[in-house]
Design a protein around this ligand. Structure first.
Ligand code: ADP
Ligand code: TZP
Ligand code: MG
Length: 262
């Protein structure tokens, strides 16, 4: 039994602070999506302030999308401050496998920071599981599997979330498969980054990260399904998606397509 609506209401009551180190491409959209579900975003990546912010945040979301040396320093400083203060961390390994710099940065963060949720697309997560060649830039070239999610969860001690036509979530013991969403999400840059903001918001109110991840995926993807009906293409889908997230109703969760094993 997953209490989607109760936890969405808990976000709206608590208005948790979600500290994002978010790439330049998606920064504005991720902030709007976070607000639409009822949480409070701050986008901040200066090394002079990230420790102070991450220590006081309800959740830290590290997204490596437009990294450079200074950003990497900030990922580590923010991540360690969060870990010291028991603040949950979500890591999005954007483009892992596409360049050595990205893969090595992700491995360094996983080594030095207490990551709660590692969320990437099929190609990125396969690269981190040792399956090369399934990523082109930031786009996945194939679907992963529940077994890869399970393997990543055990190897890195995280809840692994692999997005795609079907999403695979595992904490190493349990596996969840989410089949909501719409293929049109592939035509909006940042749909993966944005679903990360929604998952991070649920992590602030539910410390069972497998369930928080399913709640975030289902909420975002049901909103996308509803938005698609009103949209003529990707641009209107994005606008309608923010509206549908804001307007979620308890009955919308009857559309959830989730299989939970273990
Ligand atoms: N073919 C698809 N059908 C339904 N939902 C999809 C499809 N492709 C991606 N999604 C959804 O879009 C969101 C972003 O996933 P994905 O495209 O894998 O991430 P990224 O943008 O990081 O590459 C997720 O919620 C995922 O479930
Ligand atoms: C296009 C692009 N380039 C660097 S970050 C970024 C956005 C990636 O967003 P997503 O991972 O959600 O597709
Ligand atoms: Mg992505």
């Amino acid at each position: 039994m997953i209490n989607y609506w109760d936890d969405l209401q808990a976000i709206r009551r608590k208005r948790p602070l979600v500290h994002h180190l978010m790439n330049y491409v998606v920064m504005n959209d991720a902030a709007n999506v976070t607000l639409a579900v009822g949480a409070s975003p701050i986008m901040a990546h200066a090394r002079e302030e990230v420790e102070e912010l991450a220590a006081k945040a309800d959740v830290l979301y590290i997204n490596i999308g437009t990294l450079d040396d200074r950003w990497v320093e900030s990922f580590i400083l923010a991540g360690k401050a969060a870990s010291r203060n028991n603040v949950p961390v979500l890591l999005d390994p954007v483009g892992a496998g596409a360049t050595r710099f990205r893969t090595e940065t992700v491995l360094r963060i996983l080594d030095e920071v207490e990551v709660g949720v590692l969320k990437g697309n099929g190609g990125e997560m396969m690269a981190l599981a040792g399956v090369a060649g399934m990523i082109k830039g930031v786009d996945s070239l194939g679907e992963a599997s529940p077994e890869i999610a399970e393997r990543l969860a055990r190897e890195y001690g995280v809840t692994a979330v692999i997005t795609g036509p079907r999403d695979y979530v595992s904490d190493g013991k349990r596996v969840a498969i989410v089949s909501n969403g719409t293929p049109m999400l592939q035509y909006i840059t940042g749909s993966g980054c944005m679903v990360g903001s929604v998952i991070a918001s649920f992590m602030a109110v539910n410390r069972d990260f497998l369930i928080a991840s399913v709640e975030g995926l289902v909420t975002f993807e049901i909103a996308a399904e509803k938005a698609e009906r009103k949209s003529s293409g990707p641009a209107s889908l994005k606008v309608n998606l923010i509206d549908e997230l804001y307007n979620m109703k308890p009955s919308d969760y009857e559309m959830a397509r989730v299989e939970l094993r273990g």
